[in-house]
Write a protein that binds this ligand. Sequence first.
Ligand code: TXA
Ligand code: MG
Length: 331
Amino acid sequence: MTEITKKVDIAVSEILKGNVVALPTETVYGLGANGLNKNAVLKIYEVKKRPHFNPLILHIYSIDELKKYAKHIPDEVYKLAECFSPGPITFVLEKKSNIPDIITAGLDSVAIRFPSHKMFRRVLKESCVPIAAPSANMFGRISPVTARDVYKELKGKINYILDGDKCEVGIESTVISFLNDRIRILRPGFVTSKDIEMVIGRSLFENRKWNKENCKSKYSFIKGNKYLSPGMLKNHYAPNTPLYIVKDLNLLTKISKQDFYHIDLSKYKNLKSIASNLFKEFRKADEKKYDFITIQKVENTGLGIAINDRIEKASSGNIETISGKSNSYLI
Ligand code: TXA
Ligand code: MG
């Protein structure tokens, strides 16, 4: 039986017992376990059916704890943390040996973030342990933004879901790597590259000068058999119904309305509110059980970059001709 609760002490007790529990963050709901307990972390992979090569984010209460788990921390991390943490930004840093390998999928680095959601922060403070947590969905599926969404994904698989209302940001944190003396955005999110550049006082692009060394690192995505940032997998955040990106809305008028559901993002007044409602829209569209879903991308600037990233991943590259109907439609 899975229970939705508002009681933080229940979540704390689940963490301390070595169980997994769903927790609200400001981005999306997470599936948390004691980050220092190998067996507890293992349960996260089992519940989500997440492949073991995909490392988890370690959530901590405050910047003071960063040194406990990461080494060679550049000043820029502190500058960025001062501006955006607690909040939707995750730092990939060299890890210390006290972090179980199961969290980092055997990598030498660890992804760390300080969530700002009040309930998550209380769980961190009261349990006094760092919490490993991926998004609380089955692997490859849409991240949940309400306790109900989590329930639909994980009912019967976990004991409790801590209900902290709808997640404000609505898409996952920006993941930023500081490895090898370079700053790279591995996953775009609410904190944009412009925001980051403003704080560090230089362009992230300078990191990408095209020389032989960087050319090599461009292809270092797969190092040995280990993914450097497996979150960059193409097929992710996907509804079960195929989702197509529409380039020209006029083409939709030629397809029978009974076949598809169009997600209309133009009803939201700005990018922030699109981000906040995107996964809700994916889930709603999926539940309608049409043959396919259509959506248009948004302007590709600022927060739009993260929104388009999620749309692309949800479409698994479905920008193509739909055939098999009376005609073929390029959408
Ligand atoms: O907003 C968020 O980040 C949410 C909430 C729950 O905190 N969490 C989340 O976790 O989105 P998850 O597991 O769904 O995504 C974590 C991403 C993955 O793309 C993973 O590959 C990447 O972070 N990651 C984790 N550790 C890494 C590392 N050491 N190096 C590179 N990428 C890493
Ligand atoms: Mg996820």
